[in-house]
Design a protein around this ligand. Structure first.
Ligand SMILES: Cc1cc2nc3c(=O)[nH]c(=O)nc-3n(C[C@H](O)[C@H](O)[C@H](O)COP(=O)(O)OP(=O)(O)OC[C@H]3O[C@@H](n4cnc5c(N)ncnc54)[C@H](O)[C@@H]3O)c2cc1C
Length: 470
């Protein structure tokens, strides 16, 4: 077996001076986005090509060194943080950000994994097309990270998760071999769907180095409304009717609770509540389609009329300009930052069937209320059945004392409730290191066993992202 220091020297020579991060510059690569984890690594390297990645991983395999793949390092579960100063390296992919090909006729583009998501949007737009995956971290997160976490975001309802937006992958396997499946085909039933293994695997089975992404036509018109709805049940009923009446023009359906909006009003500068009277429940609805703005507005008016007559809609404001549309989205997208400025929250990322969302929240309020005092900030992608049901300490308590006290029991109750309703304890943020124990607790032994079998088959030495997921 290759000894560690010789292996590290070899890795440094593979990437050259530009590819090694040293001293204090390594700090941002060693901690996670949320400040939950401060890790350590024997080295932080930034390869410039798939071939360099493959040589590094082969060297790590020979020396038994763990490889922690990293993209924009915006993940919420500590998946990209290294935890061994002697036997792990960070393999940061951000220098690998080339556009290999755009094929407008095939509605696809082939890009390297280090391309930042918002740059992928710009490249598609240059060809009058669209890459629809969109989320708050898009200015920093990268295609490799997005695919490895199977990220969701605000357009899943219409376009699907990251997994649904891929036509092919290039992956460096734990033995240094390169799996190249970049054909970009929409039909290819030639055995197992190998690429699917790496989507959502959080870097535990290999390093994604490039991907063929699906592109879509840019809608001609877009309408955005912020609605005050009577109840969460009303929000779900309204969404169902909006999807049917508009024949799937709904791109996004985001829920905001009063408590979440209050936090935004309190902590974020330059925002304002568009409603005269405070309401308990809000639904941010965005429609997009091929019709003219006037026609799409007509569809929206029908939805609004039917929703008002059914007593689902209490009040509503429709965006009259791009600036107003972004003001609505700012209210939604700034909730995590508002929670942070309030002193921080214990985050949850559950999903249940959309039809069970009202029951989930009603039961959650009852169960949590009986456990311990807390504040709830509930918001999220209600159209996908995905709610962020975040806990804040009661006024007068700190997050630290809350975490030392009842937060664990409250979190368990939220996860147990979601699972008891046939849902998931981790809808879009993944497992990483944060939810490893939860995976064993809530996922069936059969599925955890199969994950371990796959992990062992592909990575018998366990060098890929050690200690994460399984
Ligand atoms: C403000 C904000 C809003 C967010 N909103 C959403 C949201 O709406 N929906 C959502 O799903 N997530 C959201 N996230 C979480 C996060 O942005 C996503 O999970 C994102 O996909 C992570 O991408 P990244 O490049 O930062 O990956 P990293 O954080 O660098 O890595 C995440 C995981 O993927 C692995 N990985 C990274 N690159 C590769 C690669 N090339 N090959 C193999 N494995 C790799 C890492 O080892 C790690 O396990 C949000 C985060 C923030 C900060």
């Amino acid at each position: 077996m290759l000894d560690t220091s010789t292996a590290l020297e070899k890795i440094a020579s593979i990437v050259g001076n530009r590819g090694v991060v040293q001293g204090a510059d390594t700090e941002p690569f060693l901690r996670d986005e949320r400040g939950l984890y401060y890790g350590e690594a024997a080295s932080v390297v930034r390869p410039a090509s798939t071939e360099e990645c493959a040589r590094i991983i082969k060297t790590c395999q020979e020396a038994g060194i763990g490889v922690v793949p990293q993209g924009g390092n915006t993940g919420y579960c500590g998946g990209a943080t290294p935890f061994d100063a002697n036997k792990q390296i960070v393999l940061n992919i951000s220098r690998m950000n080339r556009i290999r090909e755009v094929d407008p006729v095939n509605f696809s583009m082939t890009v390297e994994a280090g391309l930042v998501l918002s740059e992928a949007h710009s490249v598609a737009e240059e060809h009058d097309l669209m890459f629809p995956l969109s989320m708050g971290s898009q200015g920093s997160c990268q295609i490799g990270g997005v695919l490895s976490t199977n990220a969701g975001g605000v357009s899943v309802l219409r376009y699907g998760n990251a997994r649904d937006l891929v036509l092919g992958l290039e992956v460096v396997l734990p033995n240094g071999e390169i799996l190249s499946e970049l054909k970009g085909l929409r039909k290819d039933n030639t055995g197992y769907h190998l690429e699917g293994l790496f989507l959502g695997a959080e870097g535990t089975l290999g390093v994604i180095t490039a991907a063929v992404l699906k592109l879509f036509p840019i809608p001609h018109s877009r309408q955005t409304v912020l609605l005050g709805v009577a109840t969460l049940q009303a929000a779900c009923d309204l969404l169902q009717s909006a999807r049917c009446r508009s024949v799937e023009r709904v791109v996004s359906a985001e829920y905001l609770s009063r408590a979440s909006l209050d936090l935004v009003m309190m902590h974020i500068e330059g925002v304002h509540d568009p409603f005269d009277e405070p309401l308990e429940h809000y639904l941010l609805l965005e429609l997009a389609g091929a019709e003219t703005e006037i026609e799409l507005r007509g569809v929206l008016e029908q939805i609004f009329k039917a929703g008002s007559e059914a007593g689902e809609i209490v009040d509503g404001v429709s965006a009259e300009s791009g600036a107003q549309r972004s003001a609505f989205w700012t209210l939604r997208e700034s909730i995590p930052e508002a929670e942070r400025r309030d002193g921080g929250s214990v985050k949850h990322d559950i999903s249940v069937r959309v039809s069970r969302i009202p029951k989930f929240l009603k039961e959650a309020e009852r169960i949590l209320g009986a456990i311990a005092p807390h504040r709830l900030s509930v918001f999220g992608h209600v159209g996908d059945g995905n709610l962020h049901c975040n806990l804040l300490p009661p006024i007068g308590s700190t997050l630290e004392s809350f975490k030392e006290g009842p937060a664990g029991r409250l979190s368990d109750a939220i996860h147990e409730l979601a699972v008891s309703l046939g849902g998931s304890f981790s809808a879009e943020h993944g497992i990483g290191v944060l939810k490893r124990d939860d995976l064993k607790k809530y996922q069936s032994p059969v599925s955890v066993g199969l994950m371990q079998t796959l992990k062992h088959a592909l990575d018998p030495q366990g060098i890929m992202n050690p200690g994460k997921v399984v």
